[in-house]
Design a protein around this ligand. Structure first.
Ligand code: FES
Length: 145
């Protein structure tokens, strides 16, 4: 193969590869920019929800969510799946902590592991209080559940 033919073929294939790469790059943002749907669940008035307990359990899309009012009065929501091996944690109202019966894992009220085998914190979900009505709202997007 002559040098000139070799360089022409190389330029042709490099150009094709470049065009293919540009096409892929132009498609990728569409994949990542898909609109995520956010679902709002109104759980009720905070004063009603936390009148006798510091936590409630809510089933959402076959997942268990625990909504907690911590000792600072903040409301937080956690996926109840233990980060060690996937068992369900339970809220301990007197100790203000999450306990996992499978291997004795304990998480503090902020979801951080404090005892047992779990090393990662509980997965937290977005929760907010609508100030005008005092309603607790749980926000779920495609990635959170
Ligand atoms: Fe929870 Fe192992 S699954 S401590």
């Amino acid at each position: 193969m002559k040098r000139r033919v070799f360089f022409q073929a190389t330029i042709k294939y490099v150009s094709l590869a470049g065009l293919s790469a540009l096409t892929v790059i132009s498609i990728i943002p569409d994949i990542f920019n898909k609109k995520r749907s956010v679902k709002k669940i109104i759980l009720g008035k905070a004063s009603d929800i936390f009148s006798s307990n510091t936590a409630i359990v809510q089933k959402v899309n076959d997942e268990t969510v625990i909504i907690v009012q911590n000792t600072m009065g903040e409301i937080q929501a956690f996926n109840a799946t233990c980060t060690h091996a996937g068992c369900m944690v339970e809220w301990n109202d007197t100790q203000h902590s999450f306990h996992c019966r499978c291997h004795g894992g304990i998480f503090n009220e902020k979801g951080d592991p404090i005892a047992g085998p779990p090393k990662k914190p509980l997965s937290q979900l977005q929760v907010d209080i609508r100030t005008s009505t005092n309603e607790v709202i749980l926000y779920l997007d495609d990635a959170s559940m």
